[in-house]
Design a protein around this ligand. Sequence first.
Ligand code: DOR
Ligand code: ZN
Length: 345
Amino acid sequence: MTTTITIRRPDDWHVHLRDDAMLQGVASYTARQFARAIVMPNLTPPITTVEAASAYRDRIMAALPDGAAFEPLMTCYLTDNLDPEEVRRGFEAGVFTAAKLYPAGATTNSDSGVTDVAKIRGVLEVMAEIGMVLCVHGEVTAADIDIFDREAVFIEQVLKPLIAEIPSLKVVFEHITTQDAVRFVEAAPANVAATITPQHLHINRNAMLVGGMRPHAYCLPVAKRELHRLALRRAATSGLPKFFLGTDSAPHTRSAKESACGCAGIFNAPFALESYLAVFEAEEALEQFEGFASLHGPAFYGLPVNEEAITLEKRDTGVPETVDAGGEQLVPFHAGQTLGWTFAG
Ligand code: DOR
Ligand code: ZN
């Protein structure tokens, strides 16, 4: 039986580190396990300029212990009126690694997002020209589309036309939740990839709704029915380089989650690797873990792989009911459960 796993240090290709006190509380959880992370720009106000991204990057580094070996990879929040030259300038200066497309109103702090992809055509053409990755929150927002169908409809209405119109654009379809998304990405050219979160590999929509409403299992896109979870597990463990790790760790205070209108987001950063590894073990695919966690993402982004290694040991980790984040109590993913692996650094 395998008792330890040593792999190149992984990266998190999608994380919310927030700002101010929350940033102080959560940043080190991500930096403990990952060498780099694609940091989401949905602050209030969103990160839409090179200067704002650069200042945010400095605040992230200041929130970490001195000498922490962690590199935040910054993203630009796309709006209807963003100047394509701002995006080019940020990418060429090494400040922006990617740009993020939030359909307006799709999720937390997305009100200034894009109302129609046609409006950002100029930005997308510049991104294709310079080889900059577009990260996509893939859900339509039309009120008449059922929330469980919003990802599948997005593929038809937005992604397929987008990829047909700008075929060389590098696109990461983020936090995919459906079999439809898996099939779409598998069939798409090599410049289209997807990230998968731990929660969408572990839970289906019953976890949110059976036996009471479970706000800590609520995130966007919402978990779907079981057949979709199984398709995601097959994709993540397949060894295909199109699928890689992106936690979408999205902390909200306990009171903001346990509310009449609870916020979307699952805080999975503290035990992210233990959570993913449990899936690879159950799927008898431990040999595919390093590709998913540490190799496919850098290859897609055109970045070097990390040189250092990390080890996970086959011994139990008890996940606490809450974790301290700078004095704020946050409820982590898997709260109160036991995971069979322990991150040993
Ligand atoms: O569940 C989510 N939370 N999904 C998102 O897309 C945004 C995130 C957040 O920022 O809280
Ligand atoms: Zn997210």
